[in-house]
Design a protein around this ligand. Structure first.
Ligand SMILES: C[S@@+](CC[C@H](N)C(=O)[O-])C[C@H]1O[C@@H](n2cnc3c(N)ncnc32)[C@H](O)[C@@H]1O
Length: 211
């Protein structure tokens, strides 16, 4: 959506990520299906920056994939802070766990495997930050499920809210992903319990603060 020259310029003027994240990026592209799902350098640095600003004790991530964004978010955790990250596909456990270890976060990143819709209600924590980056159809459901588990003044970050620009195109029949994202964006916009800003970073990132 953004002129590639501008994207390259922005990336060239942002800090580099760690060598472990470079290695994970490479291994994901070589060995795992759908590597485009990984947050990437620019968004990864943004997640890390936000995490450093919030300095969370407790983070929930919905949609681990190979662990790239979890590691970025872990960079800003407090000393004893934890990230609980949920992934549906158990085949991703090996690569994600390997890189949590390599990055030095094996004690701080707690992976769960299964359907986030079932796992979230079983989590007893109150979160400072939630990152939603899983199946688009369920975005509104995840928002409702996590809302009471976020402290007042806490944050929700939500990926892919522009969905390659499809949110401003006529909705195609049967396109449940786009419909899910449009419904979610409208839900947040109308919710007076929060303040929100939609950033056109990469595929669109919604930043929400619970009042
Ligand atoms: C876009 S990827 C996550 C990318 C990752 N956050 C990153 O930036 O590196 C979305 C992930 O959500 C997972 N997923 C889809 N539906 C899910 C569900 N119901 N519960 C948990 N995870 C789910 C997919 O298997 C996929 O690995």
């Amino acid at each position: 959506m953004i002129d590639p020259r501008i994207e390259n310029y922005a990336e060239a003027h942002s800090s580099d990520h760690s060598s472990v994240l470079s290695e994970l990026y490479r291994e994901t592209h070589l060995k795992v299906m759908h590597p485009r799902m990984l947050s990437g350098k620019q968004q990864g640095r943004f997640l890390s920056m936000i995490s450093h600003m919030i300095q969370p004790e407790s983070v929930l991530e919905i949609g681990t994939y190979t662990g790239f964004s979890a590691i970025c978010l872990a960079e800003g955790l407090t000393k004893n802070g934890k990230i609980y990250t949920i992934e549906l596909d158990p085949e991703l456990e090996q690569i994600a766990s390997k890189y949590f270890r390599k990055a030095g976060y094996e004690q701080q990143i707690i992976p769960y495997f299964g359907d986030a819709m079932n796992i979230i209600p079983s989590l007893d924590q109150i979160f400072d930050l939630v990152f939603i980056d899983a199946d688009k159809e369920n975005y509104s459901n995840y928002y409702h499920l996590v809302f009471e588990k976020i402290r007042s003044g806490g944050y929700i970050l939500v990926d892919n809210v522009l969905w390659s620009g499809k949110v401003v195109e006529p909705l195609k029949k049967g396109d449940k992903d786009t419909a899910g994202i449009i419904e979610f964006n409208a839900l947040v916009q109308q919710d007076d319990r929060v303040e929100n800003v939609l950033l056109p970073l990469r595929d669109g990132l919604m930043l929400i603060r619970k009042k």
